[in-house]
Design a protein. Structure first.
Length: 189
């Protein structure tokens, strides 16, 4: 069962579970805005006014939001992403339509279900796969193993055309962030 609510400090919060909201929250996470604004924007998107109305819960809510958005899995940042939800959204829509018969424009789907369905999209080394996975496979292709110079140049040109921008969370100075969270958690006297 996918989570639909969470509890922080004894208060229950409904989670806005729509996959489009989760994608927005991921984008907010990388936005070039102050940390406090980023935190509050994510809390608002996922937990609404009730989340904003309880500042004593913000630290707990952002922790719950992080776990929710990562599907309660620990992130291992050792691999470059081969997909960007916003940039690749048209490919995602086409792939859901072709593989599952799902029209994402008309679908309200839980974030975890959406993510799991992305991982189940058709993918084959023999070319029988959805458009999203063809693009992802292209991005992951090791051109150093291609001996034909023309073919290598063609693939590298396509990789540049479909490349995704490397995203980094733009935080204020780490010390300031640590101080902010100490205050939020009530650990500063």
């Amino acid at each position: 069962m996918y989570p639909k609510r969470t509890i922080v400090n004894g208060r229950e919060y409904e989670i806005n579970t729509d996959f489009k909201v989760a994608i927005d929250c991921i984008d907010i996470g990388y936005a070039d805005i102050p940390d406090e604004e980023r935190t509050l924007a994510i809390i608002y998107k996922l937990f609404g006014d009730k989340g904003l109305d309880n500042p004593q819960d913000w630290a707990g809510l952002i922790e719950k939001a992080t776990k929710y958005l990562s599907l309660d899995k620990e992130y291992k940042g050792d691999k470059e992403p081969d997909m960007d939800f916003k940039k690749d959204y048209d490919f995602i829509k086409a792939s859901f339509r072709s593989d599952y018969g799902i029209n994402l424009d008309k679908e309200d789907m839980h974030w975890w279900e959406f993510y799991n369905l992305i991982n189940g999209l058709s993918n084959s080394e023999f070319g029988n796969c959805c458009i999203l996975n063809r693009i992802r496979n292209l991005r992951n292709m090791d051109t150093s193993k291609i001996e034909d110079a023309e073919e290598k140049a063609r693939i590298e040109e396509m990789q540049r055309e479909f490349a995704i921008e490397k995203k980094e969370i733009k935080t204020d100075k780490q010390k300031e962030l640590d101080e902010y969270w100490k205050k939020m958690l009530g650990k500063e006297k």
